[in-house]
Design a protein around this ligand. Structure first.
Ligand SMILES: *[C@@H]1O[C@H](CO)[C@@H](O)[C@H](O)[C@H]1NC(C)=O
Ligand SMILES: CC(=O)N[C@H]1CO[C@H](CO)[C@@H](O)[C@@H]1O
Length: 366
């Protein structure tokens, strides 16, 4: 029996079989591998926009009362040491808002109303300036010194994440480091809760900058536990999950669509409570799509005393703590950028001259 006959049993001639195998190898080498490879490299290239001065967002805003020049100094200084460009949105004095301009149903203290107004101004700016995304921060916060790397890792997770309902569009693949399938992305909440029926919707990923268990607030440990992240994973993993009950607005990003939905439900149609509460109610109602990052990436910097709040009765009964910024603390961060900044800018000018002088003398003697 010759070979040709043997292959003939399977309806193939030897040369044909070889050609098919060779063809498959060539197709794999020329088409499949490079496409997969280039999809991966373009994902990485897009994620690397997190290294630009606005972390890959259209703009970074921070909200600050005009009179809190101390906090504005601090935010500009901190941003500069992290290579970030931040744009001031003026905080609003609620007493100055005309009753005619107060949204329907809003029955809020002036300071709480003013807080809502400043956030609404930021949403408006996004529409007015045709931004696709913006990150909105408050003026009393801290972040990790590896903020760019943290956002690059987040971008790699978000570009094609498993919470998405539709595949990313060509535009998103080319230009949107965090995708555009969400309205609001909570990156600086002070607590959150998961939708009881959707606990399977969570993307868990490694991040070397995650704070240890000891540095993580118990509300976040509880939240992570409710989504199955416990034990040794605490202190190693971050979670991307649907926002359902977030509180606080120390840092969140919005898309253009998000700015529209917020202005619709939290201005045009009325306002049911403080801005963060109404955001959470709107998320629960399912009228807006949000994601949360846990542990969060922005955290309050607390110095103690009166300076810590411009909202809660302005804490005027409390003293002004001297040495506040030097003794301040923030939670949920592994490497506080405010602490790192002191190191980064520290110097010993005369000590340096002294060392140089000693070296010159040693050289001269040698
Ligand atoms: C950073 O990248 C984003 C996304 O490409 C872009 O919209 C933004 O303008 C960039 N920021 C700066 C300061 O170049
Ligand atoms: C203030 C206001 O009207 N908010 C609305 C936001 O959307 C939900 C769901 O449609 C309504 O129930 C709220 O009343």
């Amino acid at each position: 029996m010759n070979l040709a006959l043997q292959y003939g049993k399977y309806g193939l001639k030897k040369p044909t079989l070889l050609a098919v195998v060779a063809g498959l190898i060539i197709v794999l080498a020329l088409v499949v591998l490079p496409t997969r490879f280039s999809a991966k490299t373009s994902k990485i290239a897009l994620a690397s926009t997190a290294w630009n001065q606005t972390l890959g967002f259209g703009k970074i805003f921070y909200i600050s009362m005009p009179y809190r020049t101390d906090r504005q100094d601090a935010m500009n200084l901190l941003a500069s040491t992290s290579d970030l460009k931040i744009t001031l949105i003026n905080g609003v004095d609620g007493d100055g808002i005309s009753p005619k301009a107060v949204p329907d149903k809003a029955d809020l203290r002036p300071s709480v109303l003013g807080c809502w107004r400043a956030h609404a101004d930021a949403w408006r700016y996004v529409l007015d300036n045709n931004l696709e995304t913006a990150l909105i921060l408050e003026d009393d916060i801290d972040w990790d010194e590896n903020i760019h790397q943290i956002f690059q890792d987040l971008s790699l997770q978000m570009q094609d994440n498993k919470l998405r309902l539709v595949k990313p569009t060509a535009h998103e693949r080319a230009h949107a480091p965090y995708g555009l399938d969400w309205d609001i992305l909570f990156t600086g909440q002070c607590l959150d809760s998961a939708h009881p029926d959707y606990r399977d919707l969570v993307q868990v990923y490694d991040d070397p900058s995650v704070p240890s268990r000891e540095s993580t607030q118990s509300s976040f440990l509880d939240y992570m536990g409710s989504l199955g992240v416990t034990g040794d994973d605490v202190g190693k993993k971050r979670l991307l999950s649907p926002a359902y009950g977030p509180a606080c607005t120390m840092g969140y990003a919005i898309t253009r669509k998000g700015a529209q939905r917020l202005l619709l439900n939290l201005s045009y149609l009325g306002l049911r409570g403080p801005v963060d509460n109404d955001m959470a109610w709107t998320l629960r109602d399912g009228k807006i799509r949000g994601y949360s990052i846990t542990p969060p990436l922005f955290s309050a910097w607390r110095v103690g005393g009166q300076k810590d709040s411009d909202i809660d009765g302005q804490n005027l009964d409390q003293p002004i703590v001297q040495n506040g910024n030097k003794g301040g603390v923030s939670k949920n961060l592994k490497n506080s950028a405010r602490v790192a900044m002191l190191q980064q800018l520290a110097m010993d000018n005369w000590g340096d001259y002294e060392k140089a002088r000693i070296e010159v003398n040693i050289d001269a003697e040698g």
